[in-house]
Design a protein around this ligand. Structure first.
Ligand code: BDP
Length: 325
């Protein structure tokens, strides 16, 4: 009897010591390599989480698509908690959470300022919470700049897209967008684009300048037409089951850490857009500006008329923060 009690006390003591000293390690997946603006923000997030949880939580970052070069697979990994946290594009996440697809509507925002005015507004922040039914908790938004078409043949106007094959992220709305602009859409993972362009399976793709560098696409697609059809915010998010088990104080620490990385990432982003653009120009990329985007906007008018009503409230909220011209 006495022995059992001693054993019980010993067990409780061990459990207590373990609970105090145990460190929980969570994996974070990132498709971009070390030093890329979102990866730097992931690192900052990990550092702040560690600090605000007094070392109880450690976040291990797997950059450069180490866990998968396919963001769809990464999102599935977060869903089953094979990976607890990831940073992905809202274009990819839109296939898992229909509301996010509003960002896949072309020419949604007038500018980066407009996008951020919305993302940081109440309805914009609420979209992070609204990932819950998909099994995720949104932590914060990051900048993903503006996306434009690039190809392995000269690109000067929308007419040059006609009949060509362009890669899109696996998302039906993005397929429809590219087709409305006259090209055939080929959904595939970012990690496959380089060889697909190189071997002529596709003629081009669409992305921001930093991604042309991070995926080396500028090496095989020398023509970049700055039509800026999309501004897809990036999302840092995690598995909801893991989140729900965290004590409130830890959840607050995660939220505080995430919120503090936003300004950090935006600054790193702006600097890297300039650096990446300089790099691709130096490497021989032909960049064609598109001062008048009317032909592109006209091409997607019908699509917007069909898809817009699905996002009526969000579109009204986005309109409400549109900067005055
Ligand atoms: C980049 C995003 C990345 C996406 C990629 C893509 O940062 O998350 O995976 O585009 O096109 O801009 O798949």
């Amino acid at each position: 009897m006495k022995l059992t009690r001693i054993a019980l006390i010993a067990l409780m003591l061990t459990a207590f010591v373990f609970a105090v000293s145990a460190q929980t390690v969570l994996k974070l997946a990132e498709i971009h390599p070390q030093g890329y603006p979102t990866e730097l923000a992931d690192e900052e997030f990990a550092k702040l989480v560690n600090k605000y949880t007094n070392g109880q939580f450690k976040i291990d970052i797997f950059p450069g698509g180490q866990l998968s070069g396919d963001e769809k697979v990464v999102i599935e990994q977060v869903k089953i908690n094979a990976v607890s946290i990831a940073r992905v594009s809202s274009g990819a996440l839109g296939s898992f959470n229909a509301q996010l697809n509003v960002f896949s509507l072309p020419y949604l925002f007038d500018s980066s300022d407009h996008m951020w005015a919305f993302l940081l507004s109440k309805p914009g922040m609420k979209m992070l919470d609204d990932l819950a039914p998909s099994g995720f908790v949104g932590l914060c938004w990051y900048d993903g700049g503006a996306r434009s078409f690039y190809a392995n043949y000269p690109l000067n106007s929308i007419a040059d897209l006609k009949g060509k094959k362009y890669r899109v992220m696996p998302n039906n709305l993005l397929v429809k967008m590219v087709e409305a602009m006259g090209a055939s859409a080929v959904p595939m993972a970012a990690g496959q684009v380089f060889s697909a362009v190189q071997t002529g399976v596709i003629d081009g793709a669409e992305n921001n300048a930093p991604s042309l560098v991070s995926f080396n696409h500028y090496q095989v697609a020398k023509y970049y037409l700055l039509d800026e059809h999309l501004r897809l915010p990036e999302v840092l998010f995690m598995n909801k089951g893991v989140w729900d088990k965290l004590p409130k104080a830890t959840q607050d620490a995660f939220r505080k850490a995430a919120a503090e990385t936003v300004a950090f990432q935006r600054k790193a982003w702006d600097a890297y857009v300039i650096e990446a653009t300089k790099k691709i120009v130096a490497e021989g990329e032909i960049i064609v500006p598109v001062p008048d985007k009317t032909p592109f906007k006209n091409a997607v008018k019908q699509l917007l008329a069909e898809e817009g009503p699905k996002f009526a409230q969000t579109l009204a909220d986005i309109d409400a923060v549109r900067p005055k011209k």
